[in-house]
Design a protein around this ligand. Sequence first.
Ligand code: PMP
Length: 421
Amino acid sequence: MTQEQQQGLNLDQWLGAYAARANTLSVSEVRALFAVVSRPEVVSLAGGMPYVSALPKELLSQSYETLMASRGDIALQYGSGQGDPVLRDQIRELMALEGISSSVEDLVITTGSQHGLDLLSGLFLDEGDVVLAEAPSYVGAIGIFRHYEAHIEHVFTDDDGMSPEALQESIDKMLAEGRKIKFLYLVPNFGNPSGVTLSEPRRHKILEICRRHHILVIEDNPYGLLYFDEKPPMALRSYNEDGVIYLGSFSKILAPGFRVGYVLAPPAIRDKMVLANESALLCPSSFSQMMISEYLATADWQKQIDTFRGVYRDRRDAALQAMQEHLPGVRTTKPNGGFYLWLTLPQGIDSKAMLPLAVKELVAYTPGTAFFGDGTGQSNLRISYSYPTPDNIKIGIKRLATVINLQTELLETFGHKGAER
Ligand code: PMP
């Protein structure tokens, strides 16, 4: 097929028929490059994929056999809009590890926590409503908030997580502008993309500020159990049951292919969530839920999480060691869990403009602008160390250093114009 024919096929004859909100869905500028990134010779530090090769496939096969033999007809059937009650009970045990006590009734199963966040946004956000978020914030959440035409107000965040003082300032500013603040969205443990963890004193301060202003908190916690040395502080939900909605997921502690997440919400919100779940997809996948339930009942899942911790700790160590060796002048966060490092480049280097050069050097990353709703983040980038082997991480960071060092030299020699070449 010629290029012209290809372009002709891509022309959309239904352009005039879309709802206005469809305009909020756009292909990211860096997505095109990601096709190149999947070439085997490129070390991709871009996507945050869990290392599912570390999973015990034979145990999952056994779970499948047992499930089909014992409850196959139920697993293959429609189920409850709120989710399987047996799995919800097992999730209570999982959440107890982070200090959360809950009842089976208050949990809703979703198709990944991304879906939970989408349902919540649909319930709460009207055009122009404010979502307060960390700076930087999870790219998938930004996409959802944009889709609901919310205003994303980023709040200054450092190595101890979001600053309570900055949060208060942002709230004051939004209220002075006459805006409606709907919720605060946080990834308090080993954040995506920053890798930072909200300190315990700040958790209390932030909860107190939100309580005072009657602002709901959405706590998104897919990485909390993947700590390397010490456990993170207790979940925000463990301190406040009425004002915090907690999002959890099996994607990082088991496998994203199941697409199972969960939401713990105060009863009135929970009821709305169930209705929204039923309206969107009738019920979450019975099969996926029951596979996970069987796995949790029969496998040593805590040991498996320990295995993941070891895998990701080794990769974090490889990444930090390579950073120290090849890029000692570039600031990076030092995560104690999760998948990500957040780099701050020397002033004047634009990480998005640099990406094609990096791909030419056979390494990829995610530019910082993806993690802001306001176009900032040019001098930052995210490295994900979860998927490549430690050796490949080191090779990737060495290649990245070649590109960054060249950019730095160009800047020093020619100023900004040089680095843009
Ligand atoms: N929240 C955060 C912070 C994430 O990093 C991700 C996945 N990258 C999600 C939510 C979505 O996860 P899930 O697979 O459960 O939809």
